[in-house]
Design a protein around this ligand. Structure first.
Ligand SMILES: [Zn+2]
Length: 319
C-alpha cells in the first residue's frame, strides 16, 4: 500500500463520522424495506455516429410518502393497479448514460457512489464489467446535483475523483444554487445533509467544472435543455446526430406510470413543485409531438421509451 493510499484511508476514517451523520439523515427519508430488482447488462442504441449506452447504478428505495406527500395514498394505489404495478411501489432504477464516439466518452450522471443506499453505487463496477475503464471517461455531464446523480464522482474515501481524466459540466444555475453557503439552511430538513455533502463534493471538483446554460453545446451532438423545478438548474441532455435524437431526461420524469399519467401530481423531491409540474408538461408535450425517445434516470430499467398521448395525460411505451 502506497503512502498516498494510506493517507487517503486515514482521511476517509476521519470523514466517516460526518459522512455517517449525513447518510443517517437521508436514510430516515429514504429507507424502505423492499427487494431490489437487478438491471441486466448495458443496453446500447445508435444515435447517428454515436453509441448511447445505458448503464445501471443499481436501485433506490424511496417511500411513496416522500415521493407523493400531497397525494392521497388511495389515489396512488388506484393508479398503480391500473398499470399492473404493486400498490406498495417498486424500487427506483438509476440509469446512467454513456455516449461514445471515437476516443470521446461522455458519462451523463455519475450515480451515488457507495454508502448512499446499499442497493445503489454500482455504476463503476458495471462500467468496468462492460469493459469501460473509469479513466477512459473524458467528460461527465450532470443533469443536476442530487446525491444519486453527483456523489459517485468521488471515491468512497471522499477525496479522489472516480473519473480522473474527465472534465465536468454542470448547469450554471445548478452550480450557483448548491455552492451557495446558505443553501443547506434553506432546503427542507430531509435534504440538509445532502446539501452539505453536495457542496463539499462540488468544492472538490471545482477546478475542472464547466458551467453551461440552456441550449449550450457540450460536445459534438450533445446539448443542454433547461428543465428547472426538480432543482433550480436541472438540465435535460439532448443527443442529436444524423437525423436521430434521444433526450436524457434526468429527474423531470421519474416514474413509469405517475410521471406520464399524472404529470400534475406534486412531487416531493421537486424543490419547486409548481415549476416541476410546468416543466414536466412542457417536456412531455415536446417528446410526444416530436417523437423523441426518452431515457429516464429513474424509470423502469433501462428507462428507454417513447411518450404517447393517452386521454388527458400520456403514457410511456418502452423501446
Ligand atoms: Zn434522481
Amino acid at each position: 500500500m502506497s503512502d498516498d493510499t494510506i493517507a487517503r484511508r486515514e482521511t476517509a476514517m476521519r470523514l466517516q463520522p460526518h459522512r455517517r451523520a449525513v447518510l443517517a439523515g437521508l436514510g430516515t427519508a429514504l429507507a424502505w424495506p423492499i427487494v431490489a430488482r437487478a438491471a441486466t447488462g448495458p443496453v446500447t442504441r445508435k444515435v447517428g455516429a454515436f453509441d448511447v449506452t445505458i448503464v445501471s447504478d443499481g436501485t433506490l428505495n424511496v417511500p411513496l410518502s416522500f415521493s407523493l406527500p400531497e397525494t392521497p395514498p388511495a389515489d396512488v394505489a388506484a393508479l398503480f393497479r391500473a398499470h399492473g404495478l404493486p400498490e406498495s411501489g417498486s424500487p427506483s432504477q438509476t440509469n446512467a448514460v454513456l455516449i461514445s464516439s471515437g476516443r470521446e466518452r461522455i458519462l451523463i450522471d455519475a450515480g451515488s457512489g457507495p454508502g448512499f443506499q446499499p442497493t445503489a453505487g454500482k455504476l463503476q463496477d458495471n462500467l468496468e464489467a462492460a469493459g469501460i475503464a473509469p479513466d477512459s471517461i473524458t467528460k461527465v455531464v450532470f443533469t443536476h446535483c442530487h446525491a444519486d446523480h453527483l456523489w459517485g464522482v468521488i471515491d468512497d474515501f471522499g477525496d479522489a475523483e472516480r473519473f480522473p481524466n474527465a472534465t465536468y459540466v454542470i448547469g450554471a444555475a445548478e452550480w450557483d444554487f448548491w455552492i451557495h453557503p446558505e443553501t443547506a439552511a434553506r432546503v427542507p430538513d430531509a435534504l440538509k445533509g445532502m446539501a452539505l455533502a453536495t457542496r463539499r463534493i462540488l468544492k472538490t471538483i471545482e477546478k475542472k467544472v464547466e458551467r453551461r446554460r440552456d441550449g449550450d453545446r457540450l460536445a459534438p451532438a450533445v446539448s443542454y435543455l433547461a428543465t428547472p423545478g426538480h432543482t433550480p438548474g436541472h438540465m435535460a441532455v439532448l443527443i442529436e446526430d444524423g437525423g436521430q435524437r434521444i433526450l436524457v431526461g434526468g429527474d423531470v420524469l421519474t416514474h413509469t406510470a405517475i410521471s406520464f399519467a399524472r404529470p400534475d401530481w406534486r412531487i416531493g423531491a421537486d424543490l419547486d413543485r409548481d415549476q416541476g409540474i410546468a416543466t414536466r408538461k412542457r417536456l412531455l408535450d415536446l417528446l410526444a409531438q416530436d417523437r423523441i425517445p426518452l431515457i429516464g434516470f429513474h424509470i423502469a430499467w433501462p428507462g428507454l421509451g417513447v411518450v404517447e398521448r393517452q386521454g388527458t395525460g400520456y403514457r410511456f411505451s418502452p423501446l
